[in-house]
Design a protein around this ligand. Structure first.
Ligand code: GLN
Length: 318
């Protein structure tokens, strides 16, 4: 791509040529959305924004830029997730940290929050007592009692918990995780948002339900638990398998270990007007229905599909 001058030095390639070269390399390595990823890698390495790149494609790459870019591309070719390289991930209205400490929140989980948001709004519109007017973060009801208390089981970096507060879906959230590394990331995300008073991060030592207090009753219980079958871990994309925490993915032999624990103890911690929201594996709908039977105290169970048309979300009510 670079042309040699008569003086023996070569012109550095343009940003456009480099972009095309990287996109081709990524594509050859089997990485989807190679053009978009190449753009993002260049923007990251050159510390510029997407629109600045598109306006400067004719510019030639400088030596220092080429070096930074080469380092970045090597990481991506080693299948490090793009979000880890960028250090951030967008989740709903938030920009959160992304690194090895916690699972990168996925678009499916954004959809889970959307489902909870719609449910809460419908509830408020119907005038039911527990989830009333959606309060602003930190706002209290006239009685001084927090209006809606949510529990996020396996919060990871805190994406769901922080969104619930940020979007006014819950006034206060108790967010649990067994991983200290994940909780540290969640703490950083929480601090960046100033949600120290509304999101209560707690470490699960032995079991989920020993980490909540016996008198705590929740309006919402939500979880994106580890739900991948142990045996399916080796088949995951290398980005996931080799770079994301296994404990956030591995749900045991059937992928149902965490789901079972949540369902088993969740019913008695949920207010009568409340609901349980879960993200599940695409083939776990029948098992979820079975666990949430009326004789186990769950009268309503609904399974919703994700944007790819797969069964992905459970809404269960007492
Ligand atoms: N959807 C994730 C994945 O397969 C799994 C997340 C989870 O187990 N909660 O990449």
């Amino acid at each position: 791509m670079s042309r040699t001058t008569g003086m023996g030095t070569s012109h550095p390639p343009t940003r456009r040529a480099v972009l095309e070269g990287i996109a081709a390399e990524l594509e050859a390595a089997g990485i989807e959305s190679s053009r978009l990823e190449a753009e993002r890698l260049i923007c990251h390495a050159l510390r510029i924004r997407r629109h600045e790149l598109s306006l400067s494609l004719a510019e030639r790459i400088r030596a220092t830029e080429a070096l930074a870019l080469a380092r970045t591309v090597v990481r991506r070719l080693a299948r490090e997730p793009l979000q880890h390289i960028e250090g951030t991930v967008e989740f709903r209205d938030l920009v959160l940290r992304a690194d090895r400490r916690a699972l990168i929140p996925r678009p499916e989980t954004e959809q889970l929050v959307e489902i909870i948001s719609a449910w809460t709004r419908a509830k408020a519109a119907a005038g039911t007592t527990e989830v009333r007017r959606v309060p602003r973060p930190g706002q209290r009801s006239v009685t001084g009692r927090p209006v809606s208390l949510a529990l996020d089981v396996g919060t990871g970096g805190g994406a769901i918990a922080l969104s619930l507060v940020q979007e006014g879906i819950a006034t206060r959230v108790v967010a649990l995780d067994s991983s200290l590394a994940a909780l540290e990331q969640a703490r950083e995300n929480r601090e960046a948002l100033g949600f120290e008073d509304t999101v209560d991060l707690r470490r699960v030592e032995r079991s989920i339900w020993e980490t909540t207090r016996p008198h705590e009753q929740f309006d919402l219980i939500v979880s994106n638990p580890p739900y991948v079958r142990s045996g399916a871990i080796p088949e995951l994309a290398p980005e996931v398998r080799d770079h994301e925490p296994r404990e956030a993915l591995d749900g045991g032999r059937e992928g149902l270990d965490a789901i079972r624990e949540i369902v088993r103890g969740g019913r008695e911690r949920l207010r009568e007007e409340g609901a349980l929201f879960l993200e599940i594996g695409a083939d776990q709908g029948p098992a979820a229905r079975d666990l949430l039977k009326p004789e186990r105290g769950w009268r309503g169970v609904e399974i919703r599909r994700d944007l790819a048309g797969k069964e992905r979300f459970v809404i269960a009510t007492p």
